[in-house]
Design a protein around this ligand. Structure first.
Ligand code: ATP
Length: 313
């Protein structure tokens, strides 16, 4: 498979503090790669390294197959647009003036594409309005516009919807999907909120404590997310005994038993009925992406959204 971005055993230390501890990620061409991790997991550090803002303490990464140790890396870096932490723009200028400045900075003489970029990010109507008078959502969109200057093949966005209202989040999501589908732009997007990325990510890097715990496609996750049945019932003692006898993967909740994985449902129901267990309700669910992630990083799924079918699983 062609990887647009690949990292191999990336380490980053600040004095004695090891922030990245051997990070390996593989970002396929055309994907939307969601880098998910709690605050302080190392997401921004990883992005800063990939964009060349920082250097790794050891390890290697490649962009479009070119190693960071090759002289050609600065040339392929031009194919990467990024907004890391906060977008860098001049507040005293308009959106268009900022994009013109960005073109000059990148050495792009042809500024004809600026109107199209402003249209794409929904800022074409801002005309003479200075960026200092923009809403937060407009500034985020301007950040993406700046990253689009130079027609990149990859865009890296650090927490792009952080602080946005629900409508702003939807706008950014739709913009990302459009750019991915229509212009085949690969995205690397970080977030500490899984739900934000679950609707668009095709691949995930789950990060915890400076490590990638799993680098996986959403299709693989769907396969791995366990299916389970919840049985609301009484006569628990007999029901649990029978579940034990059949070696089932189960847990007991309040007034219910949850049974995971593949098992013979008819057999189990017959055994429970024969034992006098009264089944009040049966429901079938797939484990949510959120629970999958929490299990992966050793967190608690309690209060999670195991029944929320809006997740990718
Ligand atoms: P957040 O979601 O809060 O932005 P993150 O996953 O992006 O978190 P980083 O910003 O990469 O995490 O930080 C990872 C760790 O590295 C944190 O403990 C942070 O304090 C530390 N760190 C980051 N930059 C520096 C620095 N320049 N010097 C020392 N420590 C740093």
């Amino acid at each position: 498979m062609d990887y647009i971005i690949e990292t191999k055993s990336l380490y980053k230390r600040y004095h004695r503090h090891e922030v990245l501890k051997g990070v390996d990620i593989h970002i396929p061409k055309g994907s939307i790669y969601g880098l998910i991790g709690k605050n302080g997991a190392g997401k921004t550090t990883l992005m800063r390294i990939i964009t060349g803002i920082q250097t790794p303490s050891s390890g290697e990464y490649s962009l479009f197959g070119v190693s960071c140790n090759d002289s050609g890396i600065s040339s392929v870096r031009k194919r990467v647009g990024a907004v890391i932490e906060s977008p860098s723009y001049c507040p005293e200028m308009t959106a268009e003036q900022n994009l013109r400045q960005q073109c000059r900075y990148l050495g792009i003489p042809d500024m004809n594409g600026i109107g199209d970029i402003l249209e794409t990010v929904g800022l074409s109507g801002t005309r003479k309005k200075k960026v200092k008078n923009f809403s937060f959502g407009m500034r985020q969109r301007l950040g993406i516009a700046m990253a689009l200057t130079g027609s990149p093949d990859v865009i890296i966005l650090d927490e792009p919807v952080n602080g946005l209202d629900p409508a702003g989040i939807i706008d950014i999501r739709e913009m990302i999907l459009k750019l991915n589908r229509e212009r085949d732009i690969t995205f690397l997007i970080s977030s500490h909120i899984l739900d934000e990325l679950a609707r668009i990510a095709t691949h995930y890097g789950f990060m915890d404590g400076g490590r990638i715990v799993e680098d996986i496609s959403s299709e693989e996750i769907s396969r791995k997310c366990r299916r389970y049945y919840t049985f609301e019932m009484d006569n628990f003692d007999s029901a649990v005994r029978i579940a034990e006898e059949h070696g089932l993967d189960y847990k007991v909740g309040s007034g219910e038993i949850v049974v995971y994985g593949d098992f013979d449902l008819d057999m189990l129901l017959n055994r429970w009925r024969d034992a006098g267990c009264r089944i009040i309700n049966i429901s079938q669910t797939n484990e949510s992406l959120e629970n999958y992630y929490l299990n992966l990083i050793g967190g608690s799924g309690e209060g999670g959204e195991a029944n929320d079918q809006s997740h990718a699983c």
